[in-house]
Design a protein around this ligand. Structure first.
Ligand code: CTP
Length: 408
């Protein structure tokens, strides 16, 4: 997807072995539609050549403030603004301990630090993806400098943990390029749900018949995962209760894996007292076998199937909607309806039956497992269609619709 179309990103590299990942990051930024201007420190050029970065970004790379290629000889100004326009962000990846120290002190001895200092601070945000040895990361001086640059307005993207190039294991690895890309895309989303807590259920549930068999459904969980990501991008604190699906957890989202409807209900309950939005996208099984056999059920030779008894699962959404917080509007509940026909009538009926303020209808067979969907929003004011689009686009639109409806 062209998530960064029209965006101009200045990609800064300071010295560190993680520079090898910056080549991949540059490619991902370009693939996402951004134009990328690379600025490197002398130390970064010890780890990866400017030639590689120029080839990937398709633009000359700058290392020195004395670079005479710029007619006014001011690459530190020209990199972030030209005429009335300016860069959408400076992203320094890797940001070394030394570079962060320079930033904290407002030093301008190299082009990259000089450019960061000279940027219009209210127009060109600065994002840092630190990378260093775990001891350097944990050192009080580094932590002090990080706190200072954050106080000065920089956005810290965090670090990964694990085996480091030096052979030690701990915090301080640069985030993977795909994660930095996801964080940058999220950075540009409007912070509509900043400080809110959002609970999302997603995927199918699995109701065991015996240790090897069960009943489930075709829900892929993609819509719910997209909503969790979109909510997180808008600044929300997101808990995603997921049935059995093999989807990657969106960045920054707390995920609780469950299997059965009963487990899903249990995972949802503690969140009800603290969440301000509940989006129920899960395709919860309506029934479960009355008692799951502890041993595999064998054919008995009679040719007859085993007589299974089913009992109804609790309706998680309808139950939450009866909570006093939901009734008072402190917890805004959103239901989903996967239908095969008569979408509007079924969605309206389901909204009334479950007593939720917003019900989102979609045609189940046309969306299960697909990457796109179309949604019909039904609330007290009427209906609104979100036309067919990829699920993340729809999720962002839905989150904006929910944010508009929340009590301030
Ligand atoms: N839901 C729930 N718990 C259940 C069943 C459904 O929380 N036990 C939620 C779903 O997550 C969804 C909404 O209720 O948000 C609609 O679920 P759906 O299964 O489509 O509706 P049903 O109530 O099962 O109605 P029907 O089977 O008649 O379509």
């Amino acid at each position: 997807m062209n998530e960064l179309a029209g965006k101009h990103i200045v990609l800064g590299l300071s010295g560190g072995v993680a520079c090898y990942k910056s080549a991949e990051l540059c490619r991902l930024l370009i693939k996402a539609g951004a134009t990328v201007q690379v600025i490197m420190t002398e130390a970064a050029a010890q780890f990866i050549t400017p030639v590689t970065m120029q080839a990937l970004s398709n633009r000359p790379v700058y290392l020195s403030q004395w670079d005479a290629r710029e007619p006014n000889n001011m690459p530190h100004i020209n990199a972030t603004r030209w005429g009335e326009t300016h860069a959408d962000a400076i992203l320094v990846a890797p940001a070394s301990a030394d570079f962060i120290a320079q930033l904290a002190q407002g030093r301008a001895s190299e082009l990259l630090g000089l450019m960061c200092l000279a940027r219009p601070i209210d127009k060109v945000p600065l994002l840092l993806a630190p990378a260093m040895n775990r001891e350097m990361w944990a050192h009080p001086a580094t932590q002090r400098n990080l706190a200072q640059v954050a106080a000065d307005g920089a956005t810290l993207l965090g670090v990964g943990s694990g085996l480091q190039a030096c052979g030690e294991t701990g915090d301080g690895r640069m985030l993977e390029p795909v994660d930095i890309l996801e964080d940058l895309i999220a950075f540009f989303q409007p912070k509509l749900l900043q400080g809110r807590r959002v609970l999302v259920t997603a995927g199918p549930t699995y109701e065991a018949i015996d240790p090897v068999r069960g009943i489930t459904n075709r829900s892929s969980g993609k819509m719910g995962f997209a909503i969790a990501r979109a909510a997180r991008e808008t600044g929300a604190d997101v808990t995603l209760v997921a049935g059995p699906v093999s989807l990657p957890t969106p960045r920054g989202v707390r995920r609780v894996d469950v299997r059965s409807a009963q487990e899903m209900l249990q995972a949802v309950q503690p969140e009800i007292a603290i969440a301000s939005v509940f989006v129920a996208t899960a395709a919860v099984a309506d029934w479960r076998p009355a008692s799951a056999s502890t041993q595999k059920i064998k054919k008995d030779g009679s040719g007859k199937p085993p007589a299974l008894e089913f009992i109804e699962n609790a309706d998680i959404l309808a139950g939450v909607a009866q909570d006093p917080r939901a009734k008072s509007g402190a917890l805004y509940c959103v239901g989903f309806a996967a239908e095969s026909h008569d979408l509007l009538a079924h969605a309206q009926a389901k909204r009334a039956r479950k007593q939720v303020p917003l019900l989102v209808g979609n045609i189940g067979p046309a969306t299960f497992g697909q990457d796109d969907n179309a949604l019909l929003l039904v609330d007290e004011a009427g209906t609104k269609e979100l036309p067919r689009a990829d699920k993340l686009t729809l999720a962002r639109q839905l989150v904006a619709e929910i944010a508009r409806r929340l009590k301030t």
